[in-house]
Design a binder for this molecule. Structure first.
Ligand code: CS2
Length: 429
């Protein structure tokens, strides 16, 4: 086993971090870096990982077949409640980077993530551990600034606050790799896959595509040479974040809510439905108009997404993507609307964005059993409740009318689809 320098502490060791951060770190040349992993929400996963020496199989699932590799960059895995270990590792001078995948909800005021980070930073300052980088790998625009604000917002000690302002950097980043939750069938399938770790209980299945764009804002703090693994280090990640959030994540959320309304279970199935597909193209047209990127770059990203979403061997459930909509829609969909209205106040909301928001409204009102979202309005919410949750500033007559009309269209088309499919079933029976 490689002797790795444990310079990275990671919070939130779910499937995505293991397909992305840990994999990029494994493919980085130069000094081998290691990751000490902590999880707040899935202690069982940390224990299972620790039980197999923190090594695991990463299955890269292409439309044409699977490839397996064993990733060994995690050097220790700790379950949620282990706060002594957390403070100790964050304080250690060997650590120079704390990375996070804690979902959009983790940055909300009231989440215990900022408090945990502050506890770690407090220990580090007391121990004289030195300057450190805190790196968000979550799907938020300006995730570095959002993280900084969340950490400073949870800091009550003025000395600690001054130290954080002077000695902690918060680079922004854009991360991308579609990584559905691992299923029992994925685990069972390893036995027949060359290159898999024997007896692996916690493999990760991911798509071939991976992208990471990182803001060059480490201010001399030591980090792995991630650029040797294909990471792009840039001065400003904003256009890359917007491309990814508005095109990939925006259409993911649209497909999730509209697809579930129309009886689909996976991204690939929803993309195959002409009604969902047309709505996605419409949303992409609206996003493309606001993106500060060359048209051919946007067109290439759209074409790649069509292929990625259609990968028939990646079973990415709409239900998984549908969680946390009140935190996701503002950055994925509402931001585009704000740019559009900022450019042309008379442009209205755009039918793609209206459909996405209307589909979320229908999701929270008609499928309460599937709603996993603290900030979502209740089952009897109206369009104003929906806007209050994600975009209070957009609560205007024009926007409300567009969303209401889009909801009517979805209801009518879903009823028609159900009628046709039951007729079809009748014919084939
Ligand atoms: C998805 C993302 O679950 C979701 O909300 O949109 O996890 C998406 O798969 C990743 O951002 C892809 O990089």
């Amino acid at each position: 086993m490689t002797d790795r320098r444990p310079g990275i502490v990671h919070l939130g060791v779910g499937a995505f971090a293991r397909a992305h951060l840990a994999w990029y770190t494994a493919h980085t040349t130069g000094e081998p870096w290691g990751i000490t992993a902590f999880t707040g929400r899935s202690p069982a996963a940390a224990d299972a990982l620790a039980a197999q020496d923190c090594r695991y199989t990463l299955v890269t699932r292409a439309a044409s077949g699977d490839d397996a590799e064993v990733v060994d960059t995690i050097v220790a895995a700790h379950a949620g409640s282990d706060d002594t270990a957390w403070r100790h590792v964050v304080a250690s001078p060997a650590t120079t980077i704390v990375t996070l995948t804690v979902t959009e909800q983790g940055y909300r005021c009231g989440s215990d993530v900022p408090a945990r980070l502050v506890a770690g930073l407090d220990a580090r300052r007391t121990a004289g551990g030195g300057r450190i980088a805190l790196l968000s790998l979550d799907n938020l625009t300006h995730n570095g600034a959002v993280l900084r604000e969340a950490v400073l917002g949870a800091t009550t000690d003025p000395d600690l606050r001054a130290w954080i302002e002077a000695d902690v950097v918060f680079p922004s980043s854009m991360v991308d790799r579609i990584t559905p939750a691992t299923t029992d069938a994925d685990v069972a399938g390893l036995a027949a896959l060359p290159g898999a770790l024997a007896g692996d209980r916690v493999p990760v299945v991911t798509e071939p595509f991976a992208e990471w764009v990182l803001e060059d804002h480490f201010d001399g703090i030591d980090r792995p040479a991630w650029e040797t693994a294909g990471v792009r280090i840039v001065d400003d990640v904003t256009p890359y974040e917007q491309r990814k959030l508005w095109l990939l994540n925006g259409s993911h959320s649209l497909l999730a809510y509209l697809g579930l309304q129309r009886g689909h279970e996976t991204v690939a199935a929803a993309m195959d439905d002409p009604v969902c597909r047309a709505a996605v193209e419409q949303l992409w047209d609206e996003a493309a108009r606001e993106l500060p990127l060359p048209a051919d770059e946007v067109a290439a990203a759209r074409a790649a997404l069509v292929d990625r979403f259609a990968n028939p061997r990646i079973r990415h459930t709409l239900r998984q993507i549908a969680s946390g909509g009140s935190q996701k829609l503002p950055v994925r969909v509402v931001d585009v609307v704000r740019h559009r209205l900022g450019r042309d106040p008379s442009a209205g909301i755009g039918p793609g964005a209206a459909t996405a928001i209307a589909a979320w409204w229908l999701h929270v009102t008609t499928q309460p059993d599937l709603v996993d979202d603290d900030g979502a309005p209740g089952a009897d919410s109206d369009v104003h409740d929906v806007l209050r949750a994600i975009a209070p500033d957009l609560d205007t007559t024009a926007v409300v009318d567009a969303i209401t009309a889009a909801a009517d269209d979805i209801r009518a088309a879903s009823t028609a689809a159900r009628t046709t499919s039951s007729t079809d079933e009748g014919v084939h029976a």
